[in-house]
Ligand binder design. Structure first.
Ligand code: 1GP
Length: 270
């Protein structure tokens, strides 16, 4: 998938239509189940997939799950350059690079105490991205309590859910560095999502696509997050635990798509 197309998908989430991404964690699904999840998420209208996983995931697993998701996408959208993309959402260079994906959410865990998750892993992987054909979407990720496995593995200095001031500092630094996106993440399976009161002041300042995820389980929580300024909503667990995945996800995706974008008249000149 063309790099520009992916960058457009994210930048247009601020000016045209907010988007929803479904995150898939290989350790939480069998291969058969991942097909069901992908099909149900596509039926619900999801705009793309993140293939991640921070524990017990090796390169072979990422490759295998990536190929399975890619097969679903190619069967559903044969030859369609505008189809929902599959992005890697890696916990490390060692496990994250698989050529079945269209691109990679190229993360720096901004509030990590470990230089490996700030820049060192990334410097090991970046030279190989063009050869593998992975379009990088630069992403400054900020982890909040409880942080989940990603927060623990990434040695994050977790922010309190109400600490929007510190988060704003990291987000503004990411924007100043020229990252494509900023991700406010409470960690997969978090009992509570990041509060709207934390998202709002960051969305008022940061003119980069704002991803929000971790603990978003129902339509009301998602409505609060997009109304507060989230441009991209990421959900994972809500599909993992729900046999009738389609119904709950369709309601969530509908709310994301119905919410007007932050800058309907285009990004203001600064
Ligand atoms: C994890 O934000 C994603 O990075 C998804 O979180 O599994 O809690 O939806 P959930």
């Amino acid at each position: 998938m063309k790099h520009g197309r992916l960058q457009n998908l994210f930048s247009r989430s601020m000016t045209h239509r907010k988007v929803h991404f479904t995150s898939c964690d290989p350790v939480k699904h069998t291969i058969r189940r991942v097909r069901e999840v992908v099909e149900a998420a596509l039926d619900a209208g999801t705009d793309g997939f993140l293939l991640g996983g921070s524990t017990g995931v090796d390169r072979a697993m990422v490759e295998r799950y990536g190929r399975t998701i890619r097969e679903c996408l190619d069967e559903r959208f044969p030859g369609d350059p505008e189809r929902p993309p599959l992005l890697l959402f890696p916990s490390s260079a060692a496990t994250g690079l698989a050529d079945a994906a269209d691109g990679i959410l190229f993360l720096s865990l901004l509030n990590s105490n470990d230089v490996r998750y700030l820049i060192r892993e990334q410097s090991g992987a970046a030279p190989y991205l063009p050869a593998i054909g992975l379009a990088p979407i630069g992403c400054g990720m900020i982890m909040f309590e409880p942080g989940g496995t990603a927060g623990r593995i990434g040695h994050a200095d977790l922010l309190r859910p109400d600490d929007w001031q510190t988060a704003l500092g990291y987000a503004a630094a990411a924007a100043a560095f020229g990252f494509d996106t900023v991700y406010l993440n409470a960690g997969s399976g978090s009992p509570q999502p990041i509060p709207a009161a934390t998202i709002r002041p960051i969305a008022e300042i940061i003119r980069k696509p704002l991803l929000v995820g971790g603990g978003l389980k129902d339509a009301d929580q998602v409505r609060e997050a997009v109304a507060a300024g989230a441009d991209v909503i990421v959900t994972g667990t809500v599909v993992e635990n729900n046999p009738r995945v389609g119904e709950s996800l369709a309601a969530i995706v509908r709310i994301v798509h119905e919410q007007p974008p932050r800058y309907p008249a285009g990004l203001p000149d600064v």
